[in-house]
Design a protein around this ligand. Structure first.
Ligand code: SAH
Length: 265
């Protein structure tokens, strides 16, 4: 374990602190982007779009769609989704839609992220002052969901198999200086044993089975939320709670996630 320097946190709710970083995880240093280079600021000046207001209306919509977790809704209001997508798509950043992030992948819809994180947090057994203790995310993509998770969890390990997206997520998250988000380039089907056990495991990609490594790395009392393909080839959400000697699986509504693939690309 290496000692990681502390940084001034820029987002409300995250006090600067020293954290230990597991081997293999990236952390965030470097300077914040100048606002003059902020593509959204440039766009906003062109179309008069106010990011705080549009974000608030996205949050209201999420609440109307059923997200009740207040800490989670606060996370959605403070994380700027437009900073995670291409400038050309920034005017769609707060719509309830998935958007391309390159490499054939997409950023998930806010209401799907909201639903999954709310489910994850309803396990409730492994909370510290209202936050999940340690979470593993499979499929970092552009890093948006990792940023949301970082607000409602003590520590987040997020793993991505596509190097270009891993780099993009690092780039996107670096200016935000979250001390508790660790990015890993690797095959998420193997989980990330160095950070285990996890209070929560959440996957943004779906396979035909839940990898054994995820179940092994889930803490007793922890909860896993992931898409899984059924026999007809369509995906549903599965929630798995781990107990001392058993698991409880619940299959929920249909979803549409990119496939969970093995290996690093
Ligand atoms: N949470 C992301 C969504 C990204 S889409 C966001 O907020 O942008 C799902 C991601 O899962 C893709 O980037 C894809 O490359 C990744 N993925 C698929 N299989 C994976 C695996 N075995 N390990 C790690 N990442 C994987």
């Amino acid at each position: 374990m290496k000692q990681k320097p502390s940084f001034p946190a820029k987002v409300d709710g995250l006090a600067p602190k020293k954290v230990h970083l597991a081997k293999g995880a990236a952390h965030f240093t470097g300077s914040a982007k100048s606002s003059a280079l902020d593509p959204f600021a440039a766009l906003a000046s062109g179309v008069g779009l106010d990011s705080t207001k549009v974000r608030e209306s996205m949050v209201q919509k999420l609440a109307q769609q059923g997200v009740q977790d207040e800490m989670l809704l606060r996370a959605f209001s403070c994380i700027e989704r437009h900073k995670f997508i291409d400038t050309a798509l920034a005017n769609q950043a707060y719509e309830d839609t998935s958007l391309p992030i390159g490499f054939g992948q997409t950023i998930s819809k806010p209401n799907v992220i909201g639903r999954m994180i709310e489910l994850l947090r309803q396990g409730k057994n492994l909370m510290i002052t209202g936050k999940l203790s340690r979470v593993l995310e499979i499929g970092t993509g552009c890093g948006y969901q990792a940023a949301i998770l970082g607000q409602v969890s003590k520590e987040v390990y997020s793993i991505e198999r596509i190097q270009g997206l891993y780099e993009k997520a690092k780039e996107n998250l670096r200016p935000m200086r979250f001390p508790n988000i660790h990015l890993i380039l690797g095959d998420g089907m193997l989980g990330f044993a160095q950070g285990a056990p996890y209070a929560g495991i959440i996957s943004a990609a779906g396979g035909e089975n839940i990898p054994t490594a995820w179940l092994d790395q889930l803490a007793v009392g922890g909860r896993l939320v992931a898409p899984i393909s059924n026999e007809q080839g369509s995906q549903v959400l599965v929630v798995i709670d781990k107990f001392e000697n058993s698991y409880k699986r619940s299959f929920l509504e249909p979803v549409n996630f990119v496939p969970l693939l093995s290996g690093v690309a």
